[in-house]
Design a protein around this ligand. Sequence first.
Ligand SMILES: Cc1cc2nc3c(=O)[nH]c(=O)nc-3n(C[C@H](O)[C@H](O)[C@H](O)COP(=O)(O)O)c2cc1C
Length: 197
Amino acid sequence: MTELQIIFQQCWDRLSQASQTPGAAWRTPVLATTGDRGPRQRTVVLRMVDLRAMQLWLHTDVRSAKVQQLIAHPIASLLFYDSVTETQLQVRGQAVIQTTGPQWQQLWNNSPETSLRMYLAPQVPGSPAAAATSNLPDSVASRIPSREELADGLRNFAAVRIQAEQIEWLQLSRGGHRRAAFDIAGEQLQHAAWLEP
Ligand SMILES: Cc1cc2nc3c(=O)[nH]c(=O)nc-3n(C[C@H](O)[C@H](O)[C@H](O)COP(=O)(O)O)c2cc1C
């Protein structure tokens, strides 16, 4: 394997590990989408990585602004940063919203109750509120609901699949920064190249 191929492989291994490791640096990327008035960004949790297909999976509220943005402009960019290794990764790809299907179900089943509670929110997330509010039903506002109680949230639960198409890697180092770009097509690495940092 060339050095570029090794870096590419390591990126995917680290993404996969991060998706299974709360607290990992690459666990909480910034998701950028295209809104009506320009770019929008927000922190999300990387929930699942399909190494074979090179897909990254998130979950979100189907009523959220990002879902509308991704339907209108189905290209997403995820920005990862690890401050310990000073490594930045940008992953750009086609985004698909799913509200049924095996991976959607898998994401629901594998997520802890704590991360599913927000799907019980009665009001559309991001809509104006008369006062500070948790947007949770009173019955679960101060406790974690059971799986049975969470079932109502399924109607608001959306999986976001991002099919990686371009990856850009940057690692800072006193010995000299290094930067590389990777193109993916047909679930395979098509092209790898060094860039000037
Ligand atoms: C650490 C952290 C993790 C988050 N994870 C998610 C997530 O996995 N999914 C999600 O929809 N929102 C998540 N959020 C909330 C989003 O950043 C955002 O506020 C929300 O999804 C509404 O975004 P939108 O109005 O642009 O759609 C997270 C926020 C933080 C601070």
